[in-house]
Design a protein around this ligand. Structure first.
Ligand code: NAD
Length: 461
């Protein structure tokens, strides 16, 4: 149990929950740095003291191995919370900016203040990480928050709802479980920020609800994140890194390589190396403890429908009872095939040939801007052109997925892949209001010249 005082019990219903939490922020409950630090420590304790329960929940929801659970969820969030705890004094300090000459003598600074009551709506694919990483930002910024975990990862959702009140102060942090009805009830209330992670269709529902109250939103969405493999790439290394980024969590990763476009002359070599890397990393994926499962039957059937696009090089097996789809590489995929029409979000990897950098850049024009884009090349000019001539939330050069874990880099999308970014200091900033403060002493009134009547200015402007 945390040492934090817990006066108010969690509300039985969600009615008035936003106003209740906002009142706690207004009363100054969340303002002291020590309070925020204790909450971050409580969050870390909640994960570490119950690590085996979190592992079991992630195994039940998605068949994640303990190692993967630590790499991408538990360990990631612990490191992020500890870094925030360490950095909080620096983040909270006012930032001095130069006051313009015309206003001198004066000082100017920005002061970060809490936004108030925030709503965090999380998806199922990294159900712990994507519920708690935004919460770290909310706590650091001095906000109160409701976390609404995904109903599609019920074991993790239940565990979070049970443990949060034991380790986090319910005056400022609540977990509300539920699906569309509960989320709709929450969205009807007035929030000071809504942080939504999930798909673009629901994001529009969220944005419309937010607009009613002029509430700002952060939308962390997805899309078809492409990989471009240039003929100059180290093909074997590219294959290993792409395979890792694609097969982790069985492809149910928002920044997973969705499909590959490869220079025609090295396409066969890449496909062979991908096949080899997949076998090396997972062996028989069905019995590998390191290969996750599809979240539910509906997603499994959706993915089964995509397997008919093109020819299967490796994989293709489906076991609905075990929620298993084999890591599958597809070639001969038509541009208008179903697998190229929607975000795949599963262990299916189409490989399409392309004619050089121009050909790749051409495929990007007129399309939605993806959450991530990956280029594998040793040719610097090819890399430079992809960096300059394409737009995406993030760009990985000779690496896939790992930019998400690079402390200091903002994580977020652009256009259809979302708006707003977080991680590290960016989380603190996105959950804060930067108040502009100008302070001017009254002893000497240098502004007299701009007060009417403009006698001195007349004829000089
Ligand atoms: P999901 O089905 O779990 O939905 C996300 C959340 O929205 C859930 O909490 C759910 O309860 C809520 N929700 C669903 N329907 C709703 C409605 N009608 N009204 C209000 N709330 C509703 O997850 P998902 O959307 O299937 O997640 C997968 C998508 O999320 C993919 O597109 C993926 O790329 C994207 N994603 C993005 C990120 C990122 O950080 N940018 C991370 C993970 C996933």
């Amino acid at each position: 149990m945390s040492e934090i005082r817990t006066e108010a019990p969690p509300a039985a219903s969600v009615d008035g929950i936003a106003a209740e939490l906002r009142a706690a922020v207004d009363r100054g409950v969340t303002r002291p740095r020590a309070y925020r630090e204790q909450q971050l420590e409580g969050l870390v304790r909640m994960l570490l003291q119950h690590a085996s329960e979190w592992e079991a929940a992630l195994k039940a929801d998605l068949g994640k191995s303990e190692i993967e659970a630590h790499l991408t969820e538990i360990g990631y969030v612990v490191a992020e919370a500890r870094a925030a705890r360490r950095s909080l004094r620096r983040w909270m300090a006012p930032t001095r900016v130069a006051a313009p000459l015309a206003l001198q003598p004066a000082t100017a600074r920005t002061v970060a203040e809490p936004l108030g009551a925030t709503l965090i709506i999380a998806p199922w694919n990294y159900p712990l990480h994507l519920a708690l990483a935004p919460l770290i930002g909310a706590i650091a910024a001095g906000d109160a928050a409701v976390v609404k975990p995904s109903e599609l990862a019920p074991a993790t959702s239940r565990l979070l709802a049970r443990l949060a009140p034991e380790h986090l102060d319910p005056r400022s942090v609540r977990v509300v479980e539920g699906a569309v009805d509960e989320t709709t009830a929450l969205l009807e209330q007035r929030w000071d920020l809504i942080f939504y992670t999930g798909n673009g269709t629901v994001a529009r529902v969220v944005a419309a609800a937010a607009a009613k109250h002029l509430t700002p939103t952060v939308l962390e969405l997805g899309g078809k994140s492409p990989v471009y493999v240039h003929r100059s790439a180290d093909i074997a290394a590219a294959a290993r890194r792409i395979a890792w980024g694609k097969w982790i969590n069985a492809g149910q990763t928002c920044v997973a390589p969705d499909h590959i476009r490869v220079d025609r002359e090295v396409a066969d070599e890449l496909v062979e190396q991908l096949r080899r890397a997949t076998a090396e990393q997972l062996g028989d994926a069905r019995t590998s403890p390191d290969f996750a499962r599809i979240v539910n039957g509906r997603h499994l059937e959706r993915l089964r429908g995509l397997l008919g696009s093109g020819s299967v090089v490796t994989g293709g097996e489906v076991d609905a009872d075990a929620r298993y789809i084999a890591p599958t590489i597809l070639t001969d995929v038509a541009e208008d095939a179903p697998v190229m029409q929607e975000e795949i979000f599963g262990p299916i990897l189409p490989v399409l040939p392309v004619d050089g950098v121009d050909g790749f850049i051409e495929t990007m024009s007129g399309r939605d801007k993806p959450l991530a884009l990956y280029v594998f090349a040793r040719d610097r000019d090819a890399v430079r052109r992809v960096e300059r001539e394409t737009s995406s939330g993030g760009l990985g050069i000779n690496i896939a997925v790992a930019h998400v874990g690079a402390a200091g880099l903002p994580f977020g999308g652009v256009g259809e892949s979302g708006s707003g970014a977080y991680h590290g200091r960016h989380s603190f900033e996105v959950f804060s209001h930067r108040k502009a403060v100008l302070s001017k002493p009254t002893a000497v009134d240098t502004l007299r010249v701009i007060y009417p009547p403009f006698t001195e200015l007349r004829g000089r402007i």
